[in-house]
Ligand binder design. Structure first.
Ligand SMILES: [Zn+2]
Ligand SMILES: [Zn+2]
Length: 520
């Protein structure tokens, strides 16, 4: 049997391979090139927001050769590169779930507007949407010799794991994944999955990244909000437009209806409103309880009488100058743009007010600065002293460390794990843990790897193949030899020559991005 298997493999001219074009030792620019004998596809096409924005390290020449792009979910670190890649000549299809396509339309339009990204074609978002192909969960489609399917990932509305198979080998990419049930979504569905390799996110890969129980977290938020409101203060909750915002709104509404939070207006400002409407009409993608609530009772949680949409500057000013307590949920989650900055400048001086962070605060953001204790900050060129209280209750849409430890065990046959989408220490921590039972690596930026391990004579074929293709796909410089024998991969673990300036695309260096949608 084993011999037969080998013989079959030997006949094949090329094995399935993955090139890591981003999201290694970083949260941002997720983008992986999968190649089979006849097909090239991208899993995700994200950007890394920052100044300047970082792009996947893909070479322009490769773009016309791409047969399809599959998007795991509608966050910019997974789909923000789409306008760029279409403007650079890609004209094929984008595959994603229905909610992902709808959320992406809003998200990408906003991204282009606020980033003032250079070199983008007119109406590029329209072209992306026109070329979008809707996939139901677990529906299999073919892109030439590859079979693709999407599996619920539990991260945000419409989010998916992506499974790719060439009929001989298969790989599963987790995208961003959550194994916990949330108010909005069912957990990731890992039943009956099998693959040879796993590309796994590691946002919460650190040993301390263990989430508190849902009730405990909610009690904490409710306590903080009540203290401020009962004292006559205002509550500011910076949030990402998709995912955490809806989660927080459902919690607040529930507690307000049951009387555990005093009845005050909950203002939603920024893109959250549009995103909430997309959630409402895609409620079949949410968990059953939410669908039943809408069908069976009058209490539609998405159209709560407690929610008020903020329309325009005048209304914002009124909320800020009013004596009445209120809760404002607004973007951006990491304070690097969006209406939240206006509210901070207005709420900052009153110590009765409180700002509650609920999401990840990336390095280099104003959110991280304030979370770490900085109280004198600069917003839009003005020095602001923050007297209001600042709290942090993390509601994560990502698997925590304990969940990451068991994900590979829940998928049959996995031998290789590529750890991506995490800060370097976090990725390394979970990689080290998994390496006791799996061949687990953090690939180098731009490096190319086989999905499956083979015997040495196969490796020889692989090497020859690689020599022909050295640096053909990645906009990389010298140090990333495309050779990737397993021994080499292992050695590279010790080196980790991660350089923060690697992979910036010279054609796309924009500054001064003011953005709302920076969730990972
Ligand atoms: Zn992400
Ligand atoms: Zn995400």
């Amino acid at each position: 049997m084993r011999y037969k298997q080998k013989k079959k493999n030997k006949k094949r001219l090329i094995y399935m391979e993955i090139t890591f074009l981003g999201a290694v030792n970083e949260v941002g620019r997720s983008c992986f090139l999968i190649e089979s004998k006849r097909t090239k596809i991208l899993l995700d096409a994200g950007v890394k927001l920052g100044e300047p924005i970082a792009y996947p390290v893909i070479k322009d020449e490769i773009i016309p050769e791409i047969d399809g792009i599959v998007i795991s979910h509608a966050h910019l670190d997974h789909c923000g590169f789409l306008p760029h890649i279409y403007s650079k000549g890609y004209s094929g299809s984008v595959f994603a779930t229905k909610p992902t396509i709808e959320l992406m339309q809003v998200l990408l339009s906003d991204y282009i507007r606020v980033s003032e990204a250079k070199g983008l074609q007119k109406n590029v978002v329209g072209r992306i949407i026109k070329n979008s192909r809707m996939l139901e969960y677990k529906q299999e489609i073919r892109i030439k010799d590859l079979t693709i399917s999407l599996i619920p990932a539990g991260h945000i509305l419409g989010s998916a794991l992506i499974k790719v198979s060439d009929g001989h080998e298969s790989v599963i990419y987790t995208g961003d994944i959550n194994l916990s049930r949330t108010r909005l979504l069912n957990p990731a569905d890992l039943r009956q999955l099998e693959a040879d390799a796993l590309i796994m996110e590691s946002t919460n890969g650190g040993k301390e990244d263990i989430m508190k129980a849902e009730k405990e977290r909610e009690n904490e938020i409710v306590g903080i909000i009540n203290r401020s409101i009962l004292a006559g203060g205002k509550v500011l909750i910076p949030s990402f437009a998709t995912g955490r915002a809806q989660e927080v709104l459902l919690i607040l509404d529930d507690y307000m209806r049951s009387g555990r939070i005093p009845k005050v207006p909950i203002y939603m400002d920024g893109m959250i409103n549009k995103m909430l409407r997309i959630h409402r009409h895609n409620v079949v993608y949410c968990r059953k309880e939410l669908q039943m609530k809408i069908l069976m009772s009058d209490s539609d949680p998405f159209k709560s009488e407690n929610f008020f949409e903020v329309k325009g500057k005048a209304e914002r000013n009124k909320i800020a100058s009013s004596d009445q307590s209120s809760i404002v949920v607004t973007t951006s989650g990491m304070l690097n743009g969006g209406p939240v900055l206006f509210y901070i400048t207005k709420f900052a001086k009153d110590s009765l007010n409180v700002m509650v962070f609920v999401g990840y605060q990336a390095e280099g953001t104003l959110g991280r600065q304030i979370k770490e204790g900085e109280r004198d900050v600069e917003i839009d060129g003005k020095r602001i002293h923050i007297s209001m209280d600042v709290k942090y209750v993390r509601i994560s849409g990502h698997a925590d460390r304990a969940q990451l430890e068991i994900i590979p065990d829940r998928i049959s046959r996995v031998k290789k794990i590529f750890v991506v989408h995490g800060d370097p220490e976090r990725s390394e921590s979970i990689r080290e843990f998994l390496s006791k039972r799996y061949y687990a690596i953090i690939p180098k930026l731009g490096s190319r790897h086989m999905v499956k391990e083979y015997q040495s004579h196969h490796q020889k074929a692989e090497e020859t193949h690689h020599q022909h293709n050295t640096n053909r796909h990645t906009a990389q410089y010298g140090q990333h030899s495309a050779r990737n024998k397993e021994a080499e991969e292992r050695r590279s673990q010790q080196e980790h020559p991660y350089k923060s300036n690697e992979g910036y695309h010279p054609h796309f260096e924009e500054k001064g991005m003011n953005r709302e949608n920076t969730e990972a």
